[in-house]
Design a protein around this ligand. Structure first.
Ligand code: ADP
Ligand code: MG
Length: 327
């Protein structure tokens, strides 16, 4: 099968009539028509075998996750998806693999109205790069540099499950020591392999929240990006951090590692004026996504953790480091 047949079979789909896609896969460029007056939001993420996913990972889950992590960036800006491109480097043309991969990819794309509009395909080590295009009304994008001292600090969903799933998969002793029933284990695996981008919440927060980002490299580390960009500090109340059932049995040290430095969560971390609490809750309700108020933004730089046992400790703004020994 040639390159063009491969693209036609696995990646070429008609875009829905009501989409922003004027011209999709097959020409020299795609043509997108953003809603009148809106700004274009663009983000790229690369996934490398052995670094961001295990060799031999389920192809359908990989297709899902590759797009999900990009859509999560649009969610974090409060943007709505318009379309995406896919640059794919493949070691071999494996029909079954390609079919499963494109199913996982395109099912998520369809669910969020984000058609595949183009890309590039080449032979080489397995490597995927997706670029998403979205749009947002001027002035409403949720930027990292917009947090203000006195803001509430909010988190969607909960953190830590993907990290626990990863460590169990890697055979790490503290992670394997937790006894989990089959259902809880399946939930963990889904959090690692099939993250759900919080697009509806992100859009509902545009114009309500002040600063936001998606938590991909650990809550504390990613919070550090907001604090640096906004030149502020923060305080987190440990008791307010939502705790997934799977993490309840972990010793303090490892529970905190998962909650605060976990990685691969794809939740939204955002700040908002305390006067807008009701609007934040309404956005959460309207989008069917739970949110928790986990702390606040302060003028003093750095991060402080109010521990569940009543102490306040300075906490490192360390993330999950893909170039470190743990990544
Ligand atoms: P060009 O020679 O202009 O780079 P290509 O031959 O690489 O074009 O691709 C032909 C068409 O197929 C283009 O519209 C391109 O966007 C699309 N395409 C190539 N690879 C992919 C892919 N993996 N997914 C979606 N579209 C793709
Ligand atoms: Mg090309």
């Amino acid at each position: 099968m040639g390159e063009f047949e491969l693209i036609r079979r696995h990646f070429q789909r008609a875009a829905p009539a009501d989409s922003a896609v004027v011209l999709g896969v097959g020409d020299d460029c795609a043509l997108l028509q953003p809603p009148p007056g809106e700004q274009l939001a663009v983000s790229t993420d690369m996934l490398v075998e052995g670094r961001h996913f295990f060799a031999g990972i389920d192809a359908m889950a990989l297709g899902h996750k590759a797009l999900a992590v990009n859509l999560s960036d649009l969610a974090a800006m409060g943007a709505r998806p318009l379309g995406f491109t896919l640059a794919l480097s493949l070691p071999a043309v494996d029909e079954a693999w390609l079919s499963a991969f494109s199913q996982g990819l395109l099912a998520l794309a369809e669910r969020h109205g984000c058609p595949l509009v183009g890309g590039d395909t080449t032979a080489g080590p397995l490597n995927l790069c997706i670029t998403v295009f979205g749009s947002v009304r001027p002035g409403l994008a949720l930027r990292r540099d917009a947090a203000q001292a006195g803001d509430d600090l909010w988190l969607s969903g909960c953190t830590g499950e993907a990290r626990l799933a990863l460590e169990r998969r890697l055979g790490t002793a503290w992670a394997q020591a937790v006894a989990l029933d089959a259902h809880t284990q399946a939930t963990l695996e889904a959090r690692l392999h099939r993250p759900e981008p919080r697009l509806a919440l992100g859009r509902a927060l545009a114009g309500v929240a002040r600063a936001a980002l998606d938590v991909s490299d650990g809550l504390a580390g990613d919070l550090g990006h907001v604090l640096a960009a906004s030149r502020v500090g923060a305080c987190i109340d440990e008791a307010a951090l939502p705790l997934a059932p799977a993490l309840a049995g972990l010793p303090d040290t490892w529970r905190r590692e998962c909650l605060l430095h976990g990685g691969d969560d794809y939740e939204l971390l955002f700040t908002a004026d305390p006067a807008r609490r009701a609007e934040v809750q309404a956005a959460a309700q309207a989008s069917g996504t739970a949110v928790s108020r986990i702390g606040r933004i302060e003028s003093a730089p750095g991060l402080r953790l109010n521990t569940a046992d009543g102490r306040q400790v300075d906490w490192p703004l360390r993330g999950f480091d893909h170039f470190g020994t743990s990544g």
